[in-house]
Write a protein that binds this ligand. Structure first.
Ligand code: ACO
Length: 362
């Protein structure tokens, strides 16, 4: 029995590979560093889903199809129960996705790719007392998400930054939410069920719920000079430093640098507060130093969530929405894994070791 299934290989996949010792992520044979250079959301979605849907679809066709489906799923926003907006955004998004029909077909997959991108910005606007903005079918998925969020056309740098984020987090081996998606797919329940289970796993703070708390931490630290003292006190209280540590990576998470790189054009064009980035870099350095000193039996380095927080903040997503944006990007990986599992896998049904009481002999 391996607690947390650590090091257990529970599936074969052609989708992505995480090498935790080398700090390397490969998606369908392409390194993250190569992929993030100029690939759009649609490019990586077409790449991941290649050969797994009922019919082939190119990135260009996918962009047009998703534009059409974003417009279609907007009816669910218009018919939405108003009280949903009082839930955390990821929970409200999950509730709206639960309204979508289940299935394993091409249209279900398209709907699941398009719907979170429409639902999250709408929920965020409703939470602010503003009317949701209808999707614009002529835009790319990233451009439209930002347009629906801010009610204005995003800049080229903002679109590229969101594309870089969605590409970077599109897939990542057999992480907890992807495993959940595959377990559901193995029962043949349908893609909507897989995605709902995956979102439920993602929202936990040990998985995709960390980037909001990263910003809380930066706010609480406030100044570069305060970093070491604040972090030391947090560790003294037995707290974990959000945005650090990973089950697989024993070195720096390569996604952190991909996202740090995606921030550069925003900083260069004055579209993000450079002081905030300098504070984050100082906190990162202080955290790495203090974790090295205090956690000598385990290498703890920066993970994807640290720079996710800065990037999504720069794109004007409120921090309570970060997990929902993560879900928009990771849905591509979830659907690809669910299809791979349904096509090639068996029912996932492990066993447990019983350690409870046994009946007394009569
Ligand atoms: N800060 C302080 N100590 C840490 C941290 C951290 N961020 N991460 C792990 N540790 C310590 C643990 O306290 C433990 O030490 P201890 O035995 O002295 O208490 C040791 O490292 C091993 O920890 P595990 O929980 O066994 O590591 P695991 O592989 O299960 O956890 C996880 C990985 C959950 C990501 C963990 O590092 C963590 O909680 N990080 C903070 C939350 C976070 O950033 N989550 C996002 C992860 S990325 C993603 O899922 C997209």
């Amino acid at each position: 029995m391996k607690n947390g299934l650590e090091d257990v290989i529970a599936a074969e996949t052609r989708l992505s590979d995480v090498d935790g010792d080398a700090g390397r992520l490969i998606i369908r044979g392409i390194s993250l560093e190569q992929l993030v250079e100029g690939a759009s959301y649609e490019d990586v979605a077409a790449l991941l889903l290649d050969g797994l849907l009922e019919r082939p679809v190119s990135a260009g066709e996918l962009q047009a199809l998703l534009g059409r489906v974003r417009a279609e799923v907007f009816v669910h926003v218009q018919a939405m129960d108003g009280s949903l907006k009082n839930l955390p955004p990821v929970d409200a998004m999950r509730a709206l996705i639960a309204h979508l029909p289940d299935g394993d077909d091409f249209e279900t997959a398209l709907r699941l790719l398009a719907a979170p991108a429409v639902f999250l910005p709408a929920i965020l606007r409703l939470r602010e007392g503003k009317a949701p903005i209808a999707p614009n079918s002529s835009l790319s998925q990233s451009a439209d998400i930002l347009a629906m969020l801010t009610a204005s056309l995003p800049t080229a740098e903002q679109i590229s930054a969101l594309d870089a984020y969605l590409v970077t987090i599109s897939d990542h081996g057999l992480n907890a939410s992807t495993f959940a998606a595959r377990v559901i797919a193995s029962t043949k329940a349908g893609l909507t069920s897989s995605v709902l289970a995956a979102i439920s796993a993602l929202k936990g703070p040990l998985h995709g719920g960390a980037p909001g708390p990263v910003l809380d931490m930066l706010d609480a630290i406030g100044t570069q000079e305060n970093a070491r003292k604040w972090l030391g006190q947090a560790l003294d209280r037995g707290e974990r430093l959000m945005g650090f540590g990973h089950r697989i990576y024993r070195v720096r998470d390569p996604r952190a640098d991909a996202l740090k790189g995606a921030l550069v054009p925003l900083v260069a064009t004055g579209q993000v507060d450079a002081d905030r980035i300098r504070l984050a870099e100082a906190v990162e350095q202080a955290a790495l130093a203090i974790l090295r000193e205090r956690k000598t039996d385990r290498t703890l380095d920066v993970n994807v969530e640290f720079y996710t927080a800065l990037l999504l903040d720069a794109l004007k997503f409120p921090r309570e929405a970060f997990t929902g944006v993560f879900a928009i990007g990771r849905t591509t990986g979830w659907i690809a894994h669910a299809r791979e599992q349904a096509l090639e896998g068996r029912l996932i049904r492990p066993r447990s070791a019983y350690i409870g009481p046994v009946p007394q002999a009569a």
